[in-house]
Design a binder for this molecule. Structure first.
Ligand code: IVH
Length: 670
């Protein structure tokens, strides 16, 4: 069938528009059309291509996915080798690099392009007349694998360059990565499908790109950032690296926006510090920064040695992953009795600190990672997060490596350990009898975001519990300077300071107090919603599961924990003791707009059979309702007991809903 000229034009137009919107969305992160509009354009193009198959071309935005799986990747010879970069591990090594560069060039100061060193895998994209014709991995630098079908599925890889003036042949080089969010999403999916999760984003990116079935790659949230070029023929590019990157960006390539031109060694050092500080907040992993002599004529003078150019250096960050050995696996008992296995490690310097422990979270996690005592493991510490065991190096497993077994008795108090069906956590059943739980509860109670008792640190809490001076949190309010001054490392002055701090903590807020109680699953945010909702402690203590579940963010599990907590006579006693000691907070009105009866106005009249009027009032208020003395046009319900007064007639006259006791009880139990 002959393709009408108008259709041909329209197809061209649609592709241009879609390519541009892809660029706005994926590269600039600044879309200019709605998703719906984009979908309409895409559908129109797909439709036309279906009707006129001769218009289908590989660079069409409809053609990202769909290539058939292969048995093996073809081999690609890199026209210009993909070299590596020499590393600098210290300021001195970086200074040496800069000195060598200056000496060879015979100049006093050099301009560098400063870039993050992305932790993924290097890929080359070959564009001929602006159309992507091949994607290849780095391989050994000379020969890589042909992964064209796979790179085409990456949304940030343009299938066709935007704009005009591209060289006839342009090889774009950069890094394929997975962001943290993408990595976590992928691992969640792996686990849900019963497959092994990936160890880190880099491995996951490499594994995803090297799938023989491009449809699998297409499902992986891979991203591409360009940092340079390879072969170029039939066209001109700017004569500075930073300007080339800007040109590539105009042609639709994604270039990290934090790439800068810096002046001299001082500029490099400032950039390194800046990126090191930002590292933990970046959405993807970087393992250092790269400095490249910016002027291409200077790059040419410098040339290369062995397998690395002399014009580039990678200033590496301290490694976030290192290998070490698991000496033992011990169990720690937390505030709620949760038993957490902790690996005791041979000390290892990682992420800028010496690490000797790493949490193993729970039994299932140990099984999943198959960590055994004696194993060599990869430990990771990123930012301020708790060090973690990423994986076991199985090749190094000694014959006598021992499996960990969760103890049946609490290692601290000897009580039974239980693991509830369906839960991952094993717990000590010792409750407040268990000194470990007691200590942790007290530490939590005194912590800054809870009651904020300055000076009541970990060491002191341990002494207080071990000497039986503090059994429960209320005992804190009975400590006196004389008792405290008798403790280790406690002078009279610090004892007096501590007593003053304890005194100060009595004046608090309901939210802090609730958080400090250490009710399971009640963190700061939940404590705040509870305080806002109920306004005071009494209505909360009386609330049942249903009432609690009406509060946003409180589900059945948390509701259950809260109800359970306040049901325990012991807990009620401790709270009472603290209030008697003077712990107080400003009460506020229960919040409108929350609770089963939130904002509803009630009036009571007559005598109820099952409760006093005061009790009825409390129950209503616990559900967020307001109770007033007289019926008005704004009254929602009148509750009528035996021998009602004149209120009933007034309510009838105003059309207020009337509830007898049965209906009222039903409403309360809803
Ligand atoms: S330039 C000759 N720039 O690091 C220089 N590489 O250790 C060629 N990498 O294979 C590479 N971020 O995979 C360059 N901003 C960046 C980079 C970067 C990460 C990777 C790349 C390369 C490896 C070399």
């Amino acid at each position: 069938m002959k393709v009408p000229a108008a259709v041909r034009r329209r197809v061209g137009e649609l592709r241009k528009q879609i390519d541009y919107h892809n660029y706005r969305y994926y590269v600039l992160d600044d879309p200019v059309v709605s998703d719906a509009e984009y979908d309409r354009l895409m559908r129109e193009l797909e439709d036309l291509e279906r009707r006129y198959p001769e218009l289908q071309t590989p660079d069409s935005p409809t053609q990202r996915v769909g290539a058939a799986p292969v048995k093996a990747f073809g081999e690609v010879r890199h026209q210009v080798p993909m070299l590596s970069i020499s590393d600098a591990f210290s300021d001195e090594e970086l200074a040496d690099f800069d000195r060598r560069v200056r000496e060879r060039l015979g100049v006093a100061r050099v301009d560098y392009a400063a870039e993050p060193k992305l932790d993924g895998l290097a890929v080359s994209l070959r564009y001929e007349d602006g159309v992507l014709v091949r994607g290849a991995t780095r391989g050994d630098g000379y020969r890589g694998e042909d992964v064209t079908a796979n790179v085409r599925t990456i949304r940030t890889v343009p299938l066709r360059l935007l704009g005009t003036g591209h060289p006839r042949l342009l090889e774009v080089r950069g890094e394929v990565i997975l962001s943290h969010a993408g990595f976590e999403a992928l691992n969640r999916q792996q686990l849900a499908r019963g497959q092994k999760p990936f160890v880190n984003p880099r491995n996951a990116a490499a594994g995803s790109l090297r799938q023989l079935d491009p449809r699998v790659t297409a499902e992986r949230p891979l991203e591409f950032f360009t940092y340079g070029i390879g072969a170029v023929e039939g066209g001109d590019l700017p004569d500075r690296h930073t300007e080339i990157l800007q040109q590539l960006r105009r042609w639709g390539q994604r270039v990290y926006e934090g790439i800068r031109r810096v002046r001299g060694l001082a500029g490099c050092q400032a950039y390194y510090e800046e990126m090191a500080a930002r590292r933990a907040q970046l959405p993807f992993d970087i393992d250092g920064v790269v400095f490249k002599v910016d002027r291409l004529d200077q790059q040419a003078i410098l040339g290369q040695v062995a397998r690395a150019p002399r014009w580039v250096v990678a200033r590496k960050f301290p490694a976030q992953e290192e290998m070490t050995r698991v000496r033992d696996i011990e169990v720690q008992v937390g505030r709620t009795g949760a038993l957490t296995p902790v690996a005791r490690l041979e000390p290892v310097f990682v992420g800028g600190v010496t690490v000797t422990n790493a949490t193993l979270h729970n039994e299932d996690e140990i099984r999943r990672k198959d960590v055994r005592i004696g194993d060599t493991v990869i430990v990771r510490r990123a930012g301020d997060v708790i060090p973690e065991i990423v994986a076991v190096v199985l090749e190094r497993r000694p014959r006598n490596a021992r499996r960990f077994v969760m103890p049946r008795k609490c290692p601290v108090c000897g009580s039974d350990v239980e693991r509830v069906e369906g839960e991952v956590v094993a717990r000590c059943t010792g409750g407040l009898y268990c000194p470990a739980q007691r200590k942790e509860r007290i530490k939590h109670f005194a912590s800054r975001r809870a009651m904020d008792i300055e000076g009541l640190g970990d060491k002191l809490v341990e002494q207080l519990v071990e000497r039986g001076l503090v059994q429960d949190i209320a005992d804190i309010y009975r400590l006196d300077p004389a008792t405290l001054a008798g403790l280790e490392r406690m002078g009279e002055k610090s004892a007096a300071n501590l007593v003053a701090a304890i005194e100060r903590s009595k004046s608090t807020t309901l939210a802090r107090f609730l958080y400090a109680l250490g009710i399971r699953e009640v963190g700061e945010a939940t404590a705040r919603s509870l305080a806002r909702h109920f306004g005071d402690l009494e209505p909360l203590m009386k609330a049942d599961r249903e009432a609690l579940e009406t509060i946003p963010d409180i589900g059945p599990v948390v509701a259950e924990h809260i109800v359970n907590f306040f049901r325990q006579p012991h807990n009620r006693e401790v709270i009472e003791k603290m209030r008697r000691a003077g712990v107080h907070w400003p009460r506020s009105r229960p919040e409108d707009g929350a609770g089963a009866l939130a904002g509803k106005r009630f009036v009571l009249t007559g005598t109820l059979e099952h409760m006093t009027r005061d009790q009825a009032k409390e129950r209503l208020e616990a559900l967020g309702a307001r109770v007033s003395g007289s019926v008005s046009g704004r009254t929602d319900y009148l509750v009528v007991g035996a021998n009602p007064g004149s209120k009933l007639a007034r309510a009838r006259a105003l059309g207020v809903r009337i509830l007898d006791e049965d209906a009222f009880l039903k409403l309360l139990s809803k």
